[in-house]
Write a protein that binds this ligand. Structure first.
Ligand SMILES: [Zn+2]
Length: 231
């Protein structure tokens, strides 16, 4: 990526800091410094996209082609602070930078082969209004910027929450989220290989519900990519 004079001037006026360690970023670094990028606890799932903990979570639940997360996510870790900033501190740029970084490594493993379109897991409209952006769409934008695969943010939509998710157990959540997503423009996804992108895979209930909705469109193939994976 070329570095314009303008970005050098901006950097001089207001230096950007690493979202993890707080050190000053160089003009070629985005959101994370190179040292923190290297230190991310990578899962290596993209090297075995048909058989890893994310892929296994879908076995017998939804028909999924490839699935992988980029790094392990642990509460109170450097990674969790970074994701917190992405979701709650108005830092969509972290999503773009991490999406792009993950895409570089996933692409080398052939993870995107045959993928036609990227669909970020949608947020409920109310949540989107509060936050101002969908963090998964930012990750998707980063993936798209490197792979050239287009993003479709309009074909799948999310209905309002029925009850609070956090008060329910894993299986109750699965029941609670089924029917949470709706494919509005089936013709756009017909026969396509769709890559669903989400920020963190925890119980997998949300992305699973979204995958089921997309997989119901005739002829679609669904693959899954998330940044974090909660062990
Ligand atoms: Zn750093």
């Amino acid at each position: 990526m070329g570095v314009s004079l303008w970005s050098r001037v901006l950097d001089f006026v207001s230096p950007r800091l690493c979202a993890v360690c707080g050190s000053r970023l160089s003009v070629t670094e985005h959101a994370l410094c190179s040292a923190c990028c290297l230190r991310l606890p990578r899962t290596g799932f993209c090297l075995r996209p048909y058989d890893n903990p994310v892929a296994q979570a879908f076995w017998g639940q939804a028909d999924v082609e490839r699935a992988a997360s980029f790094f392990y996510f642990e509460p109170h870790s450097e990674v969790s602070r970074m994701i917190y900033s992405l979701k709650y501190k108005g830092r969509p740029d972290i999503g773009v930078a991490l999406g792009r970084l993950a895409a570089g490594e996933f692409m080398a493993a052939g993870f995107f082969d045959g993928v036609d379109v990227i669909v970020p897991v949608p947020l409920a409209r109310k949540r989107l209004r509060e936050r101002g952006y969908n963090q998964s769409a930012e990750v998707a934008a980063g993936v798209s910027s490197l792979t050239g695969i287009p993003v479709d943010e309009r074909s799948v939509c999310r209905k309002a929450f029925k009850t609070s998710q956090t008060k329910l157990g894993r299986w109750e959540r699965l029941g609670n989220v089924s029917g949470l997503f709706e494919v509005r423009r089936q013709e756009r996804l017909l026969g396509k290989h769709v890559l669903l992108v989400d920020d963190v895979f925890t119980t997998g209930a949300t992305v699973m519900a979204c995958a089921s909705a997309v997989a119901a469109v005739p002829g679609t193939t669904v693959s899954i990519m998330t940044l974090g994976f909660t062990k």
